[in-house]
Write a protein that binds this ligand. Structure first.
Ligand SMILES: Cc1cc2nc3c(=O)[nH]c(=O)nc-3n(C[C@H](O)[C@H](O)[C@H](O)COP(=O)(O)OP(=O)(O)OC[C@H]3O[C@@H](n4cnc5c(N)ncnc54)[C@H](O)[C@@H]3O)c2cc1C
Length: 397
């Protein structure tokens, strides 16, 4: 199953492939992680940092799945507002979920501070604007919950939004402790750290996910991998039957522009909106802009580059309407699968059917933040420790 079509910008920043061998014989590791994207890499980092023996197996190449399609806006605020979660799951769990995300953002920032510059990790503020006047009221309510629980947020009325950011929309929230990243390079840099801590990697090794027993799983080429615990970090590649009815695989579009001279807008803030599906955009090192949106409810990706380019142009035209002086052109456009969940929460923790199997599936918009949080939750569960957030995102909910 293809995860992306078209040309992603991050792949252009990629190093030569084929770093790790494929698995040709039987293998044992106490902790096996299937999938070497953002989720698998962060899980390997957490587990190896705690002294665990870890093997990561990927059917393709490390970091080249959906993580290389990721537009790299890392935010503590979710696609579902805190106030919406309050209505949906109650105030206590809603606040726990947002706290989990803010903590994950801080952990990502700490990890990034130890990695080389090439990860492009930079703390950025986000502007979350109201797409309609009605949504300005929703933002006011959201702001009151964020403030009540101490989350970093400021309400901007129309006048301040225009004056400070040149965005002519009814109102917005500014949040901080968010960040931008080159997800592909972040994964590569963290993989180097993981190798130093003794993590074993195999690429081009497809695992038959339906062959799982209580302590082993087989590769498509017939090798047996035995484990004490296994973490499923396969992203949007497969919708597991026990999540049936709780999740869905859709598709979305993204672009990177050619570089321009000068500043795009104040503070290079990352911008998104209340409309669904939402438009979102950020700047990137070297004078580029990266943007995305136009989600569609189908998992059949377009193969025709002209269609992908046309969708990308629609995204860019919408941004140009907001910033008419922007003189930018598309360089890369891509179309990718995108997993969502019915309740807006990711699936992270023990699998309902087997207690040494863990899902690390960061479905929904700020998946990177969820990958980080999920890696910490699984680390705690493996050690038999309680985790304050585990019950909110557990796959059996
Ligand atoms: C266009 C787009 C924009 C996005 N923008 C953002 C954003 O701005 N911010 C954000 O936080 N998130 C964003 N996301 C979400 C983010 O990309 C995902 O949360 C993240 O990539 C998930 O990482 P992963 O490791 O779970 O999946 P992946 O990166 O897809 O990794 C899964 C890996 O598992 C491997 N695999 C699958 N099946 C098998 C098997 N049977 N055997 C062996 N290996 C297997 C695959 O080869 C793959 O490498 C975006 C997603 C898309 C598509």
């Amino acid at each position: 199953m293809k995860l992306t079509t078209g040309q992603t910008y991050w792949n252009k920043t990629a190093t030569p492939a084929g770093k790790f061998p494929s698995l040709q014989e039987d293998h044992h590791a106490t902790h096996v992680i299937i999938g070497g994207g953002m989720s698998g890499t962060l899980a390997a980092y957490k587990l190896a940092s705690a002294g665990k023996q870890v093997t990561v197996i990927d059917r393709a190449e490390i970091g080249k799945g959906s993580s290389s399609a990721n537009t790299g806006l890392l935010q503590y605020a979710s696609d579902t507002m805190l106030s919406e979660f309050v209505d949906r799951i109650g105030e206590e769990d809603a606040v726990l979920f947002y706290k989990m995300c803010l903590e994950a953002m801080n952990q990502l920032t700490e990890i990034a501070s130890e990695l080389p510059e090439i990860t492009g990790y930079r703390l950025r503020d986000s502007i979350y604007y109201a797409s309609t006047p009605d949504d300005a009221d929703k933002l006011k309510r959201e702001y009151s919950y964020l403030k009540k629980h101490g989350f970093p947020a400021e309400f901007l009325d129309h006048e301040s939004l225009v004056e400070q950011y040149g965005i002519d929309k009814p109102a917005a929230l500014r949040t901080w402790y968010d960040a931008e990243v080159n997800p592909y390079q972040f994964i590569q840099a963290l993989t180097e750290e993981n190798i130093k801590m003794g993590v074993t990697y195999y690429e081009h090794t497809s695992v038959d996910m339906d062959s799982m027993t209580e302590d082993s799983i087989r590769t498509e080429s017939g090798s047996t991998i035995s484990f004490d615990a296994i973490i499923i970090a396969t992203g949007y590649s497969k919708l597991y039957s026990e999540l049936n009815g709780k999740a869905q695989i859709n598709q979305t579009f993204a672009i990177a522009t050619k570089p321009i001279e000068g500043e795009f807008w104040k503070d290079n803030v990352m911008v998104w909106e209340t409309k669904k599906p939402y438009l979102y955009f950020r700047t990137a090192p070297g004078g580029r802009m990266i943007a995305g949106g136009l989600d569609e409810k189908s998992s059949d990706l377009y193969d025709d580059p002209e269609i992908i380019q046309r969708k990308g142009q629609e995204i860019l035209d919408e941004i140009k309407e907001m910033f008419p002086k922007l003189d930018v052109e598309i360089d890369d456009a891509w179309n990718s699968l995108f997993g969502i969940s019915k309740d807006g929460l990711p699936f992270m923790g023990v699998a309902p059917h087997q207690d040494n199997v863990y899902y690390l599936l960061g479905f929904e918009g700020n998946g990177t933040c969820y990958s980080m949080a999920g890696a910490s939750i699984i680390q705690d569960l493996l050690d038999g420790k309680s985790n304050p957030y585990a019950h909110v995102v557990k796959p059996s909910r």
